[in-house]
Design a protein around this ligand. Structure first.
Ligand SMILES: [Zn+2]
Length: 92
């Protein structure tokens, strides 16, 4: 008759990230700031989730706009890489 907090159980294995988790990771993902494992999980989610895919595209556009504003501060190789990544994305 002991009180058992069954409602608090939150330990089911969830190999897939939720959309909320993915959204929180996306800016790090775009900056190559994620460990390989996390990156793979984000990509696995993006492969099956149009919503997060659309959000990623929006984020890239925003970062691209910011990059344009600060173009003089961005080293050229990095700028080229961002432009390249964006082109690749739009072509996909
Ligand atoms: Zn999602």
């Amino acid at each position: 008759m002991g009180p058992i907090a069954r409602d608090a159980v939150d330990e089911h294995p969830a190999p897939r990230l939720t959309c909320r988790e993915v959204v929180e990771l996306l800016s790090d993902y775009l900056e190559d700031g994620l460990p390989v494992g996390e990156r793979a999980r984000v990509e696995a989610h993006l492969a099956t989730c149009q919503d997060c895919l659309a959000y990623l595209a929006q984020l890239r556009t925003t970062i691209g706009a910011l990059g344009r504003l600060r173009e003089q501060d961005v080293p050229r190789p990095m700028l080229a890489r961002l432009t390249d990544a964006f082109r690749g994305w739009r072509g996909a």
